[in-house]
Design a protein around this ligand. Structure first.
Ligand SMILES: NC(=O)c1ccc[n+]([C@@H]2O[C@H](COP(=O)([O-])OP(=O)(O)OC[C@H]3O[C@@H](n4cnc5c(N)ncnc54)[C@H](O)[C@@H]3O)[C@@H](O)[C@H]2O)c1
Length: 291
């Protein structure tokens, strides 16, 4: 997709982090916006940040686990905006705990948000996107959709699932010479609120996730603050990379030098990867940050 002017984009998780940054940057490009989030306060905050822009903005406050609300959404968006051109399936959070610690409810909660909502959103909007001259589905996985770490089995399965689903859909669209472009996004560590919003079954300062993110904290709150403030990339940088790559039609979008580093190390040294991931927090302090 070469430009976003006069298009209509739907963004899930638009109340915070990468979703909010995408909304602000797409608005700069003249893109009309349908914003989804289960947090009404932050959703309306994003809308108010867009008030000076000459675009149409609608807000849709619901939990993406609500299948009926997702099924009703395409008609609602067409009614409000006349068209739909791009879907950003961006919302997400983590459930952190060992396989022993998480239970069936945790798995259902995590899978419904991380994976099932992405599949359902992509499916219900596909017939509408097919009618447009050019359109796009942009699904957000993670570097944790490329390799697994301890205590993130739910997040890992959800994000590997997003990658698998998105790649299969992309091939189907290509084979059918469909106008629907399909992108998969793999952010590295981005300074957002996701750590604050995630569900912790247990917390240890020295677990592998904390090592990747460079945290050295004794409480979840402290770790969440460090996760947000010490990240190598900002949500604004992430949104910029996503938009730039969609314009170039790069379907596999890695965000941040850390994402490229982990992706490469995991391919080169799959057996010793857990030892290698400790190196990055040290290395990244030698380089400037992506703001
Ligand atoms: N921040 C990172 O380091 C990082 C790394 C890899 C992948 N990601 C992915 O990037 C995406 C954006 O995350 P972020 O870092 O901007 O996080 P964030 O917490 O800042 O924003 C996520 C937004 O999604 C919303 N949301 C969560 N569950 C929802 C639900 N069930 N229904 C509706 N809205 C819901 C939240 O309210 C929030 O506004 C997520 O899919 C996340 O998994 C983030």
């Amino acid at each position: 997709m070469k430009d976003f002017n006069n298009k209509v984009a739907l963004i899930t998780g638009a109340g915070s982090g990468i979703g909010r940054a995408l909304a602000l940057q797409l608005a700069e490009e003249g893109c009309n916006l349908a914003l989804v989030d289960w947090n009404n306060e932050t959703l309306e905050e994003t809308k108010s940040l867009l008030s000076s822009k000459n675009i149409s903005v609608s807000t849709h406050n619901f939990d993406l686990r609500d299948k009926d609300r997702i099924n009703e959404l395409p008609d609602k968006i067409i009614e409000l905006h006349n068209n739909i051109d791009i879907i950003f399936n961006n919302a997400g959070l983590s459930v952190v705990g060992t396989v022993d610690e998480v239970d069936e409810d945790d798995w259902n909660f995590g899978m419904d948000i991380l994976l099932n909502s992405v599949i359902q959103m992509s499916t219900v909007f596909l017939p509408h996107l097919r009618k447009r001259p050019v359109s796009a589905i942009v699904n957000t996985s993670s570097i944790f959709g490329l390799f697994s770490v301890p205590k993130q089995s739910i997040y890992n399965v959800g994000k590997f699932g997003v990658k698998a689903f998105t790649e299969s859909l992309a091939l189907e669209m290509e084979m059918a010479e469909s106008p629907v472009e399909v992108y998969c996004v793999f952010p590295g560590h981005i300074g957002t609120n996701i750590y604050h919003a995630s569900k912790f079954k247990s917390f240890e300062a020295d677990d592998a996730g904390a090592a990747i993110f460079g945290a050295n904290a004794s409480t979840i709150e402290e770790a969440a603050d460090q996760f947000k403030n010490n990240a190598p990339s900002s949500p604004e940088y992430a949104a910029k990379v996503i938009i730039k790559n969609i314009k170039k039609k790069n379907k596999r979008i890695l965000i941040g030098a850390d994402a490229h580093f982990y992706d490469l190390m995991n391919r080169l040294f799959p057996k010793h990867f857990l030892k290698i991931i400790w190196v990055w927090p040290f290395l990244r302090n030698l380089f400037s940050r992506n703001k």
